[in-house]
Design a protein around this ligand. Sequence first.
Ligand SMILES: C[S@@+](CC[C@H](N)C(=O)[O-])C[C@H]1O[C@@H](n2cnc3c(N)ncnc32)[C@H](O)[C@@H]1O
Length: 376
Amino acid sequence: MTRAANSNESVSEVSTKLPAPVFHDPKHHIKIYQGDCLEILAALPESCIDVIFADPPYFLSNGGITCHAGKMVSVNKGAWDKLPGPDLGPVRARFDKVHEFNTAWLAACQRVLKPDGSIWVSGTSHVIHSVGFAMQQLGFKLLNDISWVKPNPPPNLSCRYFTHATETIIWAARDKKSRHKFNYKLMKQTNAGRQMKSVWEILPPAAEEKRFGKHPAQKPLALIERILLASSNEGDLVLDPFLGSGTVLIAALRVHRRVAGCELELESLSLSLRRICSELVQVDISVACLQFSLDLFPDPMDRSNSTNMSGPISAKLVRRERNYYFVGSSRREVIYSAPADSLEEAWAKFTVSSQSGIEVIFIIKTETEIYLNDGT
Ligand SMILES: C[S@@+](CC[C@H](N)C(=O)[O-])C[C@H]1O[C@@H](n2cnc3c(N)ncnc32)[C@H](O)[C@@H]1O
C-alpha cells in the first residue's frame, strides 16, 4: 500500500508488465502475485474478471486503543494500515489522500471487470464512506450495502459509543448498464426459503481458520463463500487485490471458482501460501489416496447459516480409523501413509519404510468415523 498511496502516478502511467506469479496452480486455477495492486491491476487485460472482493487498508492505525479478548490493546494493525508519509496535519488533507488512493484502485478494478462483473468492498467506518463516494464518482452501479454483524463484538472501553458490531460491505456492478449476476434462488434456499436480507450475522474466523498464523483483518471463510456463491458461477474468475491472509483464495477453491490475488507484504503473503498449500494438500489427498472423498463440501453451499442443518439423526458408529499422511517437500504429494494410533507410531513406521530417505514437509492426520444411519 505504502508505495501506492505515496505515488502520484495515475493507473495508466504505471508499468504494464505483469510479474511472474509467486504461486501458480494451473490445475485449480490459482495465481498469487506479490506487489502493489495498482501495478498488478494495470498489467491485467481489460474486462477479464467476473467478480472482485476487496478489503483495502482501513487507515485506522493511529495509535488509539481498543479491546481484544478483554484486554486493552493498541488499534495499530501494522505498517500496511498506516497512512504513509509525514503527518499531514489538517484532517482534510489526510482524507483527501485516503480518497485519492481509494479512487485509484477502484478505477483500476473497474477497468478489469467484465461488463456484467461486480465488486464487493468491505470496510469499517474509517474508510467505507470514501469507498462508496469514489464508487459513485466513478459510475459504478451500487447494488447493496451489506451489514456484516459480528455476534460477540468486543466491549467499548471508553463507554462513550455503542460497541462496534458491524462492518459494511458495498456490492456494486461495473457500471449503470451492467446486468450483474445474482444467484437469487440459491440465496433464498440457503436462508430457509425466505429472501435473504442485507444484514448478515456471521461469526468472525474461528481458531481453526487461524491455525497457520494471524492476520489482524482476516475475514471469515463463510462470509466470502456466501459472496462468491451469490454473485458468480462455477468456473468464473475472482480477483482479490488485497489478499491479506488469503481467505478469498480458499473460499474460491471451495466453491470451484478460478482465482487470482495480490499482496504487498511478505508476511501476509507467506500466511496465504501456508493456508492455500494446506487446503490443496487436503484436496489432493481426498482425490488421490482414498476411495471416497474427504471433501466435506463437494457441492457449493452456503455454510454460514446454521438453519441448513436438519434435525437430530440416529446413527451407529461402524468404523473408526486414524491415518497419517506424509507429504514430500520437493514433490508436494503424499509419499507414505499408514494407520497408527499416534504420530510417534506413524513416524516409526515411516522410518522403516522404503520412503524413509525422502524429506517430509507436512504430516497430516485424518480421523475417519463412519456411521450407519439407522433411519429413525
Ligand atoms: C484489510 S487486509 C485484507 C485481509 C483479508 N481480506 C483477509 O481475509 O485476510 C489488507 C491487506 O492489503 C495489503 N495491502 C495494502 N496495500 C496494498 C497494495 N497497494 N497492494 C496490495 N496489497 C496491499 C496489506 O498488506 C493487508 O494484508
